[in-house]
Design a protein around this ligand. Structure first.
Ligand SMILES: Nc1ncnc2c1ncn2[C@@H]1O[C@H](COP(=O)(O)OP(=O)(O)O)[C@@H](O)[C@H]1O
Ligand SMILES: [Mg+2]
Length: 408
């Protein structure tokens, strides 16, 4: 008998063929492919007992139906419409966005919050970054205005706009790669984006942040199993954001990493898991890296949006300084000139944040000794400058520049 995996692959192929046909407005061919894909999905639904997968099949069938209806309209035929099991769909729609679609799994243990963290004996909680989710939003991200606009246009869609996208056969841009020098604000941006998405949809969208170095195991197959467990974990949620920080730790180029034989299965596993992720418009996958030039080409090319988080300009640094110390400086301090100096010295956002902390602690120390001291003056600024510096390395700047010029 045909394996479930092979059926899934057959479905993916048919869906791709249908989308290609739709794109070239060959509605007859698209209609036929969609009907075949629906048959495969129906069989899968019968055969596959995994409740999470079954939810996925219903979602997929809904998408097929929308495309199929459009083909029938375009072809001017009444035709037989695809029917989707209505009772199951209604159940899915009535659930809240942050409510896991599956409450219990025979595979894993359920914890107090109703979320299953354990898959194949692996507790995903070990990988999730424990830091409390900060409430930063796009308003807290200084600069990056163009990037925010692109993201709003791609991801912040009403259900009608989303449906229009499906009708057109447009793929979801739900794999975003953030790259840039250390400390430029990639992690900060990812967090802000996820909060922004939550407030746009008026429902909380869970954000899961993972440090990829944590996923690496020393035993054969361990890293791959950890990755699979993580992606299985996200399938419980109707909507969620998965953020993999320091992505290069597991996404290293398979050809470059000839001295690390584990890179090949790891990247292959990631590619498989990501292809499942990308078919679901409700999931958003984000990855961040300081060194995109080390990433595997296949992974890079999957990223629908590649966003460079640049070193802050002097205007961005000036806005940061104004926001954090503007109220505390006296007239001897020219923040515009100071920002220019920091930008010339290639301060990252983190370096600038460290510098700001140093200035504030100068003020604090002096106030402790003499309560009449009220404001930050140029002397304190210079003292803080003496204690801080840029962490940017020139060889990293050069490699990033070459990467950008290559056009990847
Ligand atoms: N655009 C920004 N606006 C304001 N502060 C920022 C911005 N980008 C970064 N920061 C500050 O710099 C710190 C370091 O950023 P982070 O996201 O950790 O950098 P990266 O992940 O790129 O190494 C953040 O915690 C935040 O305080
Ligand atoms: Mg980071």
């Amino acid at each position: 008998m045909e394996s479930i995996n092979s059926m899934r692959n057959r479905f993916i192929d048919l869906k791709k063929q249908a989308e290609t046909a739709l794109f070239s407005k060959n509605f007859q061919a698209a209609k036929e492919r969609l009907e075949k894909a629906t048959e495969v999905l129906r069989d899968l639904y019968q055969r596959d007992t995994n409740p999470r997968n079954r939810e996925d099949y219903i979602t997929a069938m809904n998408n097929l139906k929308v495309q199929h209806d459009r083909c029938l309209d375009e072809l001017g035929e009444g035709g037989k419409k695809i029917r989707v099991n209505a009772s199951t769909i209604q159940k899915k729609e009535s659930g809240g966005a942050n409510k896991p679609a599956v409450q219990k799994s025979s595979k894993g243990e359920e914890e107090d919050d109703g979320i299953v963290y354990e898959f194949n004996g692996i507790n995903v909680k070990n990988f999730l970054t424990q830091e409390a989710r900060s409430k930063v939003t796009f308003a807290d991200v200084i600069g990056m205005e163009e990037e925010k606009k692109v993201i709003r246009r791609e991801l912040f869609l009403t259900p009608e706009q989303q449906q229009r996208k499906v009708q057109l056969g447009l793929e979801n841009k739900n794999f975003i790669l953030l790259y840039g020098l250390p400390g430029t604000g990639k992690t900060f941006f990812a967090m802000a984006l996820s909060n922004e998405l939550s407030s746009f949809s008026s429902k909380d969208i869970p954000f899961f942040s993972v440090l990829c170095t944590q996923l690496k195991g020393s035993l054969v197959g361990q890293t791959e199993n950890n990755i699979i467990a993580l992606f299985e974990f996200t399938k419980q949620f109707e909507r969620c954001v998965l953020f993999m920080d320091e992505f290069d730790a597991i996404g290293m180029s398979r050809t470059q990493a000839s001295n690390d034989p584990t890179a090949i299965p790891t990247v292959n596993t990631l590619l498989t898991q990501l292809s499942g992720f990308s078919s679901n418009p409700n999931l958003l996958f984000m990855a961040a890296t300081n060194c995109p030039y080390n990433l595997d080409g296949a992974l890079l090319s999957r990223a629908a949006l590649r966003i460079e988080v640049p070193l802050p300009s002097s205007a961005v640094l000036e806005a940061l300084l104004k926001r954090k110390i503007g109220a505390h400086v006296d007239s001897s301090v020219n923040l515009e000139a100071l920002a220019k100096a920091l930008a010339n010295a290639q301060y990252s956002n983190r370096d600038a944040s460290n510098f700001i902390q140093a200035v504030l602690s100068e003020l604090f120390d002096l106030q402790m000794a003499d309560p009449s001291v009220e404001k930050i003056n140029m002397k304190m600024v210079n003292a803080a400058l003496g204690k801080s510096k840029s962490s940017i390395k020139q060889n990293e700047v050069a490699r990033l520049k070459a990467f950008n010029e290559q056009g990847f």
